[in-house]
Design a binder for this molecule. Sequence first.
Ligand code: ADP
Ligand code: MG
Length: 374
Amino acid sequence: MTSVKLGPGATVGIIGGGQLGKMMAQSALRMGYKVAVLDPSADAPASATGHTFIHADFSDMDALKSLCEMSDVITYEFENINAEILHTLVGDYYVPQGAETVLTLQNRETEKQAVKNSGAAIVPYEKVESLDAIRAFIEEYSTPVIVKTATGGYDGKGQYLIESESELDSVEIPFEKSDFVVEKYIELEREVSLTVARSVGGQVVYFPLQENLHKDQILYRTIVPSRVDYTAQAQKETEKIMEALHFVGAFTVEFFVAKDGSLYVNEIAPRPHNSGHYSIEACNISQFDAHILSILDHEMPEVYLHQNAVMMNLLGADLDRLDEELFTHADWNVHIYGKTDRKPARKMGHVTVLTDDLEHTLSALGRDFVKETE
Ligand code: ADP
Ligand code: MG
């Protein structure tokens, strides 16, 4: 990809106007760029953030082309763009991230295959098309195992935890609707993630290693820096992946730390990631700034952390509880994405707290969450 250094005044076109598109747009605007956004939802979080909003489906080729026509560079927050459409856009317009990497990572099976081929450590897995294939996998690796949809899954959706073989008698996995992979369910010591940005010209910057706590398979808190330091190993695994897959822009590698201390790659998000949101307040440049700079091939500074940080997601259920006090905490950097439809498990916003005492902040935030059970 030839480098096109675009200066302020150029237009950044973003496919997808959810919270990631909105925060990308905010970074681009702050740096003096114009922004155009396309999203199927008329009241998407980023619908009023940029200069132009196109209300259209992700499969609407004419609408996508008009986004491209008015933009000098195209990026996406939405990673499930149809392959044919993406190839057309990459062929006709300036899409520095290209098509191949996002298409490989759209599908859990091709994603895992690519990670495995890169030599990075990965939890044993197999593509499965029937319960018998899952039985054969259990035969080899024993339970528990987790079955995951190969396409379209997020926040644990489309996943089936199988704790004993007899559960296969009652589980209903829609094999006719999607491809599936089964993988060994491992007892986790921690989960960590590494956010990286790579420019068109190949400059790589790493954010500090993030420790992630999940609740019901949805990210709940991110603690930075991670309380266990796997930075060197995580960067090494990521380098292997970067040799195998061509990245441009911000991306995040999620890792499992097993009880025995070994590190496995879980999955890769080829876009800014929820576990990198803390960087807006806690780092000299945010993952969104790094994304914009890297797709425009501007040199990035080395990333550093101003102060340790805790990010907590605000799901609909959290907002119900915290509405009254949301803006009363002096140390809370509150982000509300502006989604009109509040649902209990939907990500509605997040809060970042900078702190000199992580443990104290965690327990202080914990007290707020105790209200859940009152
Ligand atoms: P999603 O695309 O929904 O984020 P993930 O594969 O990252 O899917 O799974 C969501 C969460 O479920 C993980 O962050 C982890 O907490 C748990 N999980 C998934 N796979 C495993 C596994 N093989 N062993 C242990 N925990 C797992
Ligand atoms: Mg995940």
